[in-house]
Design a protein around this ligand. Structure first.
Ligand SMILES: CC(C)(COP(=O)(O)OP(=O)(O)OC[C@H]1O[C@@H](n2cnc3c(N)ncnc32)[C@H](O)[C@@H]1OP(=O)(O)O)[C@@H](O)C(=O)NCCC(=O)NCCS
Length: 184
């Protein structure tokens, strides 16, 4: 799925464009992912250097796959030409589960706490509804105060604790699971 362009204003007055990245944004998106994982890998599902050996061609292939899929989409945040945030909404597989999707997102540190997370996530919820997704879910580590604040602010409901699910730098961490039923 491709999500069309929407302009939003951050709390500091800056204008940002939200839209699906095109295959020729592959390098731009990779730059964002490399920086994001350097800054915030403890909040993500892979180590710091995960994107270092990923090629532009591999990333472009992923973007083509997202664009042609009916069960997933990506929305990037553009500050001018530069991607400074990204959100993925993925189907969770299985015929009976086809109206469910999982969300993952991350922003460059310099864009935290200025309302970008709220705008990007609300646009993803709106886009999911328009594309007939019925239920969204996500997980967040229990130490991720920014993530928890954002998900509760936009209306996700905490439905459980996944104990010691993530193993990072030699330590097990818990995650909360959240869900939102759409179309209500
Ligand atoms: C999690 C993340 C997406 C939040 O995005 P954000 O742009 O900072 O969110 P917003 O600015 O829209 O803030 C949403 C709310 O959370 C609050 N908030 C933000 N950071 C916070 C923090 N560290 N502690 C407590 N509250 C916080 C804000 O005050 C805001 O509430 P308000 O509008 O009532 O003031 C961003 O911090 C991020 O990308 N982090 C690194 C990667 C990551 O953790 N991804 C999520 C993995 S599950």
């Amino acid at each position: 799925m491709l999500i069309s362009s929407k302009e939003i204003k951050l709390k500091n007055g800056k204008s940002i464009v939200l839209k699906s990245p095109a295959p020729d944004d592959a390098q731009n998106l990779l730059n964002h992912l490399k920086n994001l994982f350097n800054q915030s890998y403890q909040n993500m599902n892979h180590p710091k250097n995960s994107w270092d050996n990923f090629s532009i061609e591999e990333e472009a292939k992923i973007l083509v796959d997202f664009a042609s899929s009916s069960s997933k989409f990506m929305i990037s945040s553009f500050d001018g030409e530069r991607i400074i945030g990204n959100l993925g909404c993925f189907g969770v597989g299985g015929d009976f589960l086809k109206f469910n999707a999982r969300i993952a997102m991350g922003l460059q540190k310099e864009f935290h706490n200025v309302g970008l997370g709220t705008s990007l996530l609300n646009y993803a919820i709106e886009s999911a509804k328009q594309n007939k997704i019925h239920r969204l879910e996500l997980t967040v580590r229990t130490f991720n105060e920014g993530g928890i604040a954002l998900y509760e602010k936009v209306g996700f409901r905490r439905i459980g604790l996944l104990r010691e699910i993530a193993f990072i730098d030699g330590v097990f961490y818990d995650e909360y699971m959240y869900e939102m039923i759409l179309g209500r």
